[in-house]
Design a protein around this ligand. Structure first.
Ligand SMILES: Nc1ncnc2c1ncn2[C@@H]1O[C@H](COP(=O)(O)OP(=O)(O)OP(=O)(O)O)[C@@H](O)[C@H]1O
Ligand SMILES: [Mg+2]
Length: 265
């Protein structure tokens, strides 16, 4: 397997007031270039912590995050993050929000005109070019999330990290954005790691679903392959046997594991 991203024997604990909270224990995962991997697990098990470790926003306690065999210790433009709550700067327009990231990453390599074209290309990709002069307060939650995705994609990261990117959206907007992300993933061949609580979303979008056990000391309980050809169509999949089987496997993991942990306490 071509180890593009490798999570190598990772432990993560937080020390506070003489107390140690073990959040993640013995995380092992290899992700291929171009793969779409979802991480699913109960609230508080450590999913965001894991994503933050990949992003370099938090340091591992033991083990290593390796991207193309290089250890990740700090945030970098090769790993862009889209958070659940749109993190746009409110005083900048849509265009300026994306341009800020583009200027940072491409200042030395693209001319001003090229940077402008690149900002517009990425806004086009998420169908937000029409709102380029609006401020975040003037657009909807779904539109803000689109801009957040455009900003992340515009950095041309090696890996796009998404922490429940559609969690705060209504079902219809969520479906539109899932389709947009699927299309972008296919078109650009990007490597994506997404956290979600939504079983259908995980099955629809992923090549593999990483299922985490409950904390403390959470680890990867199981990994499910989703052997469904792309492009995927949500309507057709609603009655597809493989889809339904994957969905059931994830539900079983979540609810049986949950019961198991409660019974063990
Ligand atoms: N900076 C920190 N200091 C201390 N404890 C932390 C810190 N960050 C996270 N934790 C703890 O780590 C555990 C996992 O948190 P995390 O946010 O990763 O969970 P999650 O799986 O993303 O949950 P959710 O699904 O609710 O977003 C929690 O018990 C949390 O309190
Ligand atoms: Mg979280």
């Amino acid at each position: 397997m071509n180890a593009y991203l490798k999570l190598d024997h990772i432990d993560k604990y937080f020390d506070r007031g003489g107390q140690r909270a073990e959040v993640l224990k013995g995380i092992e995962l290899v992700i291929d270039k171009g793969e779409f991997v979802s991480i699913i697990g109960h609230s508080g098990c450590g999913k965001s912590t894991l994503l933050n470790l990949i992003a370099g926003l938090t340091r591992v306690s033991a083990g290593a995050v390796l991207l193309e065999n290089r250890e990740v210790n700090e945030p970098g433009p090769d790993r862009a993050v889209v958070f659940q709550n749109h993190s746009l700067l409110p005083w900048l327009s849509v265009y300026e929000n994306v341009n800020l990231a583009v200027s940072k990453v491409f200042r030395g390599t693209k001319s001003k005109a090229e940077r402008h074209d690149w900002v517009m290309r990425n806004l086009d990709l998420v169908q937000m070019a029409h709102a380029k002069d609006k401020r975040p307060a003037e657009i909807s939650g779904g539109m803000k999330q689109r801009v957040g995705i455009a900003r992340a994609l515009a950095m041309q990261p090696k890996i796009l990290l998404l922490d429940e990117p559609f969690g705060a959206l209504d079902a219809l907007t969520r479906a539109h954005l899932q389709d947009a992300v699927m299309e972008i993933h296919t078109r650009l061949g990007s490597t994506m790691v997404m956290i979600t609580h939504d079983v259908d979303e995980a099955v629809l979008l992923s090549d593999r679903i990483v299922m985490m056990t409950n904390g403390p000391a959470a680890h990867i309980g199981d990994i499910l392959e989703v052997p469904i050809a792309r492009p995927r169509n949500r309507i057709e999949l609603a009655s597809d046997r493989t889809y339904l089987k994957c969905r059931e496997a994830v539900l079983k993991f979540l609810y049986e594991r949950h019961r198991f942990v409660e019974a063990a306490e």
